[in-house]
Design a protein around this ligand. Structure first.
Ligand SMILES: CC(C)(COP(=O)(O)OP(=O)(O)OC[C@H]1O[C@@H](n2cnc3c(N)ncnc32)[C@H](O)[C@@H]1OP(=O)(O)O)[C@@H](O)C(=O)NCCC(=O)NCCS
Length: 161
């Protein structure tokens, strides 16, 4: 798999994958179009593609970037490519880029019932910092607030080797 920064040409495939995924965050078309607009809030969007066809989307992650803190807004892996460490590799690359940008922590919200995502974040070293009661709708559910301290990135790499 190749992991690279997303381009405007990736938006249709990102949207298609997001729309077929119930547990993904759902964005309107204009929000995706705004990803690359110059006046838009700063975001990092990474895509994983097959090596043979760099336009064939396997997964993506989108994070909103503030100076000290990045927030993962969406991460999806194509159903037929799950449980092959695609999610872990894409988010790890995001953490490496956050470290290079001088960020101190990366945070996110996840549905309490989303076991796959929670285990993935746990494996990466995220820890629970709080809970937002009834944060999600359809169905109503609490969000767990998870954070990753960038200081732990080096240790994670050493353990993963
Ligand atoms: C969550 C998601 C991105 C994980 O992607 P993935 O590429 O399958 O994850 P990985 O293969 O990198 O898994 C890494 C670890 O996470 C855990 N994990 C991943 N999927 C899991 C599942 N279905 N059940 C239990 N644990 C799971 C495991 O610990 C796994 O390590 P292992 O395979 O060695 O046991 C993927 O399931 C997905 O796209 N879900 C739908 C979208 C979504 O819910 N996004 C999160 C929004 S907050």
């Amino acid at each position: 798999m190749i992991i690279r920064s997303a381009t405007p040409d990736d938006v249709p495939a990102i949207r298609a994958l997001e729309q077929e995924t119930d547990t993904a965050a759902h964005w309107a078309e204009r929000e995706y179009d705004a990803l690359f607009a110059t006046e838009a809030p700063l975001r990092v969007a990474l895509v994983g593609t097959s090596e043979a066809d760099r336009n064939h989307l396997i997964g993506f992650v989108i994070a909103r970037c503030a100076a000290a803190e990045w927030e993962i807004e969406n991460v999806v892996v194509a159903p037929e490519k799950r449980r092959r460490a695609v999610g872990i590799k894409i988010i790890r690359e995001l953490l490496v880029r956050a470290q290079s940008a001088g960020v101190t922590s990366v945070l996110l919200e996840v549905r309490e019932s989303n076991t796959a995502a929670r285990r993935l974040y746990e494996k990466l070293g995220f820890s629970q910092q709080g809970r937002r009661s009834k944060y999600y709708r359809n169905p109503e559910e609490d969000a767990l607030l998870l954070t990753f301290n960038i200081k732990n990135l080096r240790q994670f790499h050493l353990e993963a080797e």
